[in-house]
Design a protein. Structure first.
Ligand SMILES: Cc1cc2nc3c(=O)[nH]c(=O)nc-3n(C[C@H](O)[C@H](O)[C@H](O)COP(=O)(O)OP(=O)(O)OC[C@H]3O[C@@H](n4cnc5c(N)ncnc54)[C@H](O)[C@@H]3O)c2cc1C
Ligand code: SF4
Ligand code: FES
Ligand code: FES
Lengths: 172, 352
């Protein structure tokens, strides 16, 4: 059975035809050329396929492509703004929080979802939230530190811009 | 995957009609069903996607003081609902101790109840399995028995029910609302899942095409909120199924236990309520001796089908520890590492 699906991916309207048994991950990678999301296990264990579906972090290997009908899909490809990397992406580079890189897109998508929900997580919270993302190379430590440091940077940037705003208001 | 038809009904009535034929299965969060379809352990001819059915994603107050949770409420949303977590802390803790952030975001209340066993031979279509292929035998016997039952099993099947969520639901007398072609019915949680008997393939009381539409928590369940915990022993600190788990809840009055609730996970084909232990605790002063006796009573009938006799003592200790944690009081927030046995317990020895 083939299914025609109309959906939004990284803000762009998208229409595709797929088999009923194809997953969202299959379609992203094999039909739409969005190969940033990886298939590490296909069983929900590794998180390398993490995407946002209507604002929730899910494993795209356990979502049928047909289920994306009318939904908003966000993938790793939508994380940078043009050439400007997301602070998490930049920090992962600066802190060398990756080796082979297979797990990285999933970690980035999951970490972004975490910081949106909890901008000031403890180390335990970071580790627990990211438990669904497996990495076979890094030993996790640099990843966890990169997420904590990004949270701290984003917080101080927020404070600065809030401070600037209120200073501006005073002088106006 | 075997080829299948995919339909997305617009109403509960349409869904129930679409799933009436054998071979049809409901698709909710898909985190269990799609996994089993990939391995071939499940091969429905028709998938009835219920994930968008209107009205089933709500949490509602009932006039009698109970709470009604729609079958499509996502596991993460329920656990993070602060009012729910305050009133039913052991359920929130159990939910958050299960799976990963990604899976909890997708998994639904109904799908969690209906998830299949994690028995490795069940998931492998090349193995004999009475639960998957009635009458074919059971290749699990003689294999690794860490995830196997110690209560309620028989020669036909030694598998366990893997859900964390279901353990406190059993303890708190939840009720399952079911819709079928004949209308709506309500089933006590205790009667929802079945022990293998001679028909291990029949895991619940649901008939073909019946849809779980909601879960009800009775008004009385909230009375345990000050002393309710879930404790889960797993192979890793996080993201692993329970080897053994326990939900414990106490209602204390004047230094005594007015009422106790205890249920175990990872030990049987269904979430295992422990009425003997509860009866033994009622009216007594709480403490290590009462808890140990309750744990003994809960496991009195236990026996091991393989090399998993260790689970019997582990289950006793987990039950006693969960009661000790409940007595110490529900923490203000679900701990960052939910249900972990590595958290220190006031009044308990680390190695007890
Ligand atoms: C890697 C991994 C780790 C996990 N770890 C844990 C864990 O530690 N603890 C834990 O408790 N769980 C764990 N799970 C299991 C997870 O909780 C379940 O897969 C999930 O709850 C199922 O819900 P769902 O909505 O995705 O169900 P689906 O996969 O959509 O459906 C599951 C079954 O329920 C049926 N069904 C669904 N909804 C209804 C309904 N309303 N009425 C009737 N039938 C219905 C379906 O037909 C299917 O047979 C894990 C899963 C994975 C993949
Ligand atoms: S224990 Fe039960 S589920 Fe596992 S192989 Fe045997 S019959 Fe199947
Ligand atoms: S590929 Fe989806 S979780 Fe591993
Ligand atoms: S960097 Fe290789 S798997 Fe994580």
């Amino acid at each position: 059975m083939t299914v025609t699906v109309t959906t939004t991916i990284n803000g762009d309207a998208e229409e595709f035809v797929c088999e009923a048994d194809e997953t969202l991950l299959d379609v992203l990678r094999d039909h739409l050329g969005l190969t940033g999301s990886k298939e590490g296990c296909a069983t929900g264990d590794c998180g390398a396929c993490s995407v946002m579906l209507d604002g929730r972090l899910v494993c795209s290997c356990l979502v049928l492509a047909a289920e994306a009908e009318g939904r908003q899909v966000e993938t790793i490809e939508g994380m940078a703004r043009g050439r400007e990397l997301h602070p998490l992406q930049q920090k992962f580079l600066d802190a060398a929080a990756l080796q082979c890189g297979i797990c990285t897109p999933g970690f980035l998508v999951a970490a972004k979802a975490l910081l949106e929900r909890n901008p000031d997580p403890s180390e335990t919270e970071v580790r627990y939230w990211l438990a669904g993302n497996l990495c076979r190379c890094t030993g996790y430590d640099k990843i966890v530190r990169a997420v904590l440091e990004t949270a701290a940077d984003m917080k101080s940037a927020d404070m600065k811009s809030a401070g600037m705003k209120s200073a501006g208001m005073r002088s106006a | 995957m075997k080829r299948f038809d995919y339909v997305r009904p617009a109403t509960v009535a349409e869904a129930v009609a679409a799933a009436a034929e054998p071979g049809a299965a409901y698709l909710a969060g898909g985190t269990n069903l799609l996994d089993l379809m990939k391995s071939g352990a499940a091969a429905p001819g028709r998938l009835v996607d219920v994930s968008r059915l209107p009205g089933l994603d709500r949490i509602e107050e009932l006039p009698d003081g109970g709470l009604r949770i729609g079958a499509l409420v996502r596991n993460a949303d329920l656990a993070h609902d602060s009012d729910f977590a305050r009133r039913f802390p052991a359920i929130a803790e159990a939910l958050l101790s299960g799976a990963s952030a990604q899976l909890r975001n997708a998994a639904t209340v109904g799908g969690n109840l209906l998830q299949r066993t994690r028995c490795a031979w069940f998931a492998d279509p090349a193995s004999a399995c009475n639960r998957r292929a009635p009458g074919s035998g059971c290749d699990a016997r003689g294999g690794d028995s860490r995830q196997q039952a110690v209560l309620g099993w028989n020669e036909a099947c030694v598998a366990t029910h893997p859900s964390d969520f279901c353990v406190p639901l059993a303890a708190l007398d939840a009720v399952v609302e079911i819709e079928g072609r004949a209308g709506r019915r309500a089933v006590a949680f205790e009667d929802f899942h079945r022990l293998p008997g001679q028909t291990p393939e029949r895991e619940t009381t649901l008939a073909q095409g019946e849809l779980v539409v909601a879960l009800r928590l009775p008004a009385g369940a909230e009375a345990f909120s000050a002393n309710a915990r879930y404790l889960k022993v797993r192979e890793r600190t996080s993201f692993a199924f329970a080897v053994v788990s326990a939900a414990a809840a106490l209602r204390l009055e004047g230094g005594r236990i007015a009422e106790a609730r205890l249920a175990l996970g990872g030990v049987a084909a269904k979430p295992w309520r422990c009425p003997e232990a509860e009866a033994l605790l009622a009216g007594r002063p709480p403490g290590p001796e009462a808890f140990r006796q309750a744990a003994e009573a809960a496991l009195a009938e236990a026996r091991a089908p393989g090399d998993n006799a260790f689970k019997i003592e582990l289950a006793r200790r987990t039950a006693a520890r969960a009661l000790t944690l409940a007595l110490a009081g529900t923490p203000a927030r679900v701990p960052a590492l939910p249900a972990s046995p590595f958290a220190p317990v006031p009044g308990a020895l680390v190695h007890a």
